[in-house]
Design a binder for this molecule. Structure first.
Ligand code: MN
Length: 306
């Protein structure tokens, strides 16, 4: 069993997106996609200063991708053009397959401490709203499928301990004998794990040879294959070769996400929130936005995962 090794690091850049949300784009764009296929973009959004996130991500379209939103602090209020509404609380995931297209808005907010139910979800950072949004490409054959939203409550996400000081939440895919809360759409077969490790602990996971995989450190530090130090706020992209990833800690704890999936190896044409295979398809999408016939399926499917 050979270990994958770190091929590329993404430290990310601060940028402003939506209507003025300060976020750190860890990776994203056609250039990094050459390395990260099927993963298009990774954003760490929000902060502990409401003025840096309250403007949110008001009405915007998506087509041809999946957006996976993992809330860490605060909440994100979500609404779409059909009047569907939801709130993503800490530990919850919204896994949205845009398919042929949706309009939605995503508005980060602090936890409402006056609401007794929400108060219980306060992570100790009452002014914060923070999350991670991953964009996953979808294959040509389902680019124009019906949109689907999946809401995965934190308590529905399977969690296991590995007996070596690591606690693993399985959002999608598999870890050892356990399956995640959802099976990802399409041919990418995404595994998405959230791993918390104590000091002096070990974690390892098998990842199919040829898959694209990366870890992104949310907090703390540790070490991965090849005695590579891994630190907060950085993503580490592993080699396609090799079939396992190892992390160990010594005097620090660490929390990171580990994501893997099968590359699609299809051409992409990407502008803003829309990712298609050809420039013609991209032009069709933007002319439909102009003409007002962008939405193909009036009723996105909503699924609660349990
Ligand atoms: Mn969006």
């Amino acid at each position: 069993m050979s270990e994958k090794w770190v091929e590329t690091e993404f430290k990310g850049d601060y940028t402003i997106d939506g209507a003025g949300v300060r976020l750190r784009r860890i990776f994203g764009g056609p250039q990094t996609y050459l390395l990260t296929d099927p993963f298009l973009l990774l954003d760490h959004f929000g902060s502990d200063k409401p003025e840096e996130y309250l403007s949110g991500f008001p009405w915007h379209p998506h087509r041809g991708i999946e957006t996976v939103t993992y809330q860490l602090e605060g909440k994100t209020e979500h609404e779409d053009s059909e009047g569907n509404k939801g709130v993503i609380f800490p530990g919850d995931v919204q896994w949205m397959t845009a398919g042929s297209g949706i309009f939605h808005q995503e508005m980060p907010k602090p936890i409402n401490l006056k609401n007794p139910n929400e108060m219980l979800l306060n992570t100790g950072m009452p002014n914060s709203a923070v999350g991670i949004q991953l964009w996953v490409n979808i294959p040509r054959k389902i680019k124009m499928s019906n949109p689907v939203y999946r809401y995965i409550l934190s308590k529905r996400i399977p969690a296991v301990e590995n007996g070596k000081g690591a606690y693993i939440k399985i959002i999608s895919g598999r870890f050892l004998a356990d399956s995640g809360a959802i099976k990802s759409t399409g041919e990418t077969d995404v595994t998405y794990l959230d791993i918390r490790m104590k000091e002096e602990s070990d974690f390892s996971v098998d990842i199919t040879e040829g898959n694209t995989s990366f870890l992104y450190v949310i907090s703390g530090s540790g070490e991965t294959s090849g005695s590579k130090k891994i630190v907060r706020g950085t993503a580490y992209l592993f080699s396609h070769s090799g079939s396992s990833v190892h992390v160990k800690t010594s005097d620090s704890t660490i929390r990171f996400i580990l994501v893997s999936g099968k590359p699609l190896r299809e051409s992409i044409a990407w502008y803003g929130p829309i990712v298609m295979n050809t420039n013609e398809e991209l032009q069709v999408a933007f002319s439909e936005l102009d003409k007002g016939n962008f939405i193909k399926n009036k009723k996105p499917i909503f699924e609660d995962v349990d």
